[in-house]
Design a protein around this ligand. Structure first.
Ligand code: SF4
Ligand code: SF4
Length: 453
């Protein structure tokens, strides 16, 4: 290791507890990102709500022509993010459309006017860009206009995260390049193929938030990404690289902050409470393009993987593309495909329908085969304590699950149900195959319903 490298490299970090599921990244990690272009007549569906916060209201009408990048929904609320059309075409419907959770969400349906040709460049930075020309207000405004949200899955509006807060100053922006979910490789490929824009996105995030230090955290099972990022930050004083041991859920915000900075985010609090903002790797890249080109978030990289898909890979595609169209590009499902997950196997919810759109926060689609999902029946708890030993938040999952089962939500809340991040570690290690995360999720719904009454 050179002297420069040792200055830039921050230790080998980890957190306590968690699990080590098989990575299964080999299916797609060597697949360069392919760009998907839509054909004339295909449709995209743009939901008005694909972020945490207030939903947008449509700003277009049926039969209206739209251009690629045009805003089709907006909202004045502080916590929200506008939505845009990824294609030039005609609005054919503004109506509730099927969404992942089995519900319907008000959406603009747009028919593509002409075969899409070349996409916009995303791998190389633009030449002669002076990032000092952008002040905090300009960066936050550009991010908000572009509709940026966390692309790691949480979909929290990025402008809200980065807006300076006098009461809670930020000293560090952490780029989350851990991608700890098994199977998924979209961030890994982004860092390998397009580290430059991501790194400048981090520099812009520092300027926006007022932080002085930027750290990019990557798990040690991604050596190629580590090399590319190390090269990209070589001459940038305020940036460092933190290598994290591969462990799930290393990419959880709390686990990452504890591991890299040894700071504890209080229960019910935010990273901001300990002077940190965490931004996903793909979001950092989108910050760069939003600032230097005014580019809205209308494209993203998605991993399509699992033994139930014929041609796994990583794809850069229009947000709003239908899942069924995407699976067709990948050769379709195998004969023994059994379950389609929106995300990875630890946290990704299953979907029974394929006529739903890819959203800003969809980082991967995992299709599991029949033998992978063969589930043993739930048995009684044997009080082995494994779920407790592996919970990264030191919760007592078995007690919470029992309380939820008995509909004793007050007891579940006493055991800190609301602190659960639904990471799935407890269910993964449970020898009795108790669907502990399902109990956490339904317990939270019950608690919410109680608080509404
Ligand atoms: S209780 Fe929640 S946070 Fe703890 S392991 Fe289970 S899902 Fe993860
Ligand atoms: S891991 Fe499963 S069987 Fe063991 S204590 Fe927890 S819930 Fe019970």
């Amino acid at each position: 290791m050179t002297a420069m490298q040792s200055e830039k490299l921050l230790g080998k970090f980890s957190f306590r507890r968690g699990v080590h599921p098989p990575h299964r990244k080999d299916l797609s990690q060597s697949c360069p990102v392919q760009e998907i272009r839509l054909r004339a007549g295909q449709r995209v569906v743009i939901p008005m709500s694909q972020h945490i916060g207030a939903p947008c209201q449509p700003t277009v009408e049926v039969k209206q022509q739209v251009t690629a990048g045009q805003e089709v929904g907006s909202c004045e609320a502080f916590v929200s993010a506008p939505v845009h059309s990824p294609v030039a075409g005609t609005v054919v419907e503004v109506s509730p459309q099927p969404a992942a959770a089995g519900t319907k969400v008000l959406s603009a349906v747009i028919e593509v006017a002409e075969d899409q040709t070349n996409g916009r460049p995303w791998k190389q930075k633009k030449e002669n860009q002076d990032l000092h020309a952008y002040d905090s207000a300009a960066i936050v405004a550009a991010i908000r206009r572009a509709g940026l949200v966390g692309q790691g899955g949480a979909a929290f509006p990025t402008a809200v995260k980065l807006m300076p807060n006098e009461k809670k100053p930020v000293d560090t922006v952490l780029i989350n390049g851990c991608e700890c979910e098994p199977y998924l490789t979209s961030d890994q490929r982004l860092m390998i193929e397009a580290a430059g824009p991501m790194v400048d996105g981090l520099r812009l995030a520092l300027r926006a938030s007022g932080a002085r230090r930027g750290i990019i955290a990557i798990e040690d099972n991604k050596p190629e990404a580590i090399n590319e990022v190390m090269t990209a930050i070589r001459d940038i004083d305020e940036l460092q690289l933190a290598i994290c041991r591969t462990k799930y859920p290393q990419g959880g915000e709390r686990q990452l902050i504890k591991a890299v900075l040894d700071r504890v985010v209080p229960t019910g609090g935010l990273p901001l409470d300990v002077g940190v903002v965490v931004v996903n790797a793909a979001t950092a890249s989108a910050i760069y393009w939003a600032c230097v080109e005014g580019r809205p978030l209308t494209e993203r990289i998605v991993t399509v993987t699992g033994r139930g898909i014929k041609q796994p890979g990583n794809f850069r595609l229009p947000v709003g593309m239908l899942l069924s169209d995407l699976l067709e590009v990948c050769g379709g499902l195998t004969a023994d495909a059994a379950k389609v997950l929106l995300g990875g196997p630890m946290m990704g919810p299953a979907t029974g329908r394929l006529d739903i759109p890819i959203l800003k926060g969809t980082s991967g689609i995992t299709v599991l085969s029949r033998d992978e999902v063969a589930r043993e029946a739930e048995k009684a708890c044997i009080r082995c304590g494994r779920c407790v030993d592996h919970c990264p938040l030191k919760l007592v999952p078995t007690r919470i699950a029992q309380a939820v089962k008995a509909r004793s939500i007050d007891i579940a809340l006493e055991y800190d149900l609301l602190a659960c991040i639904e990471c799935g570690c407890c269910a993964y290690v449970c020898p009795s195959k108790i669907p502990l995360v399902q109990y956490m999720k339904s317990g939270k719904v019950m608690a919410k319903n109680l608080s509404i009454k």
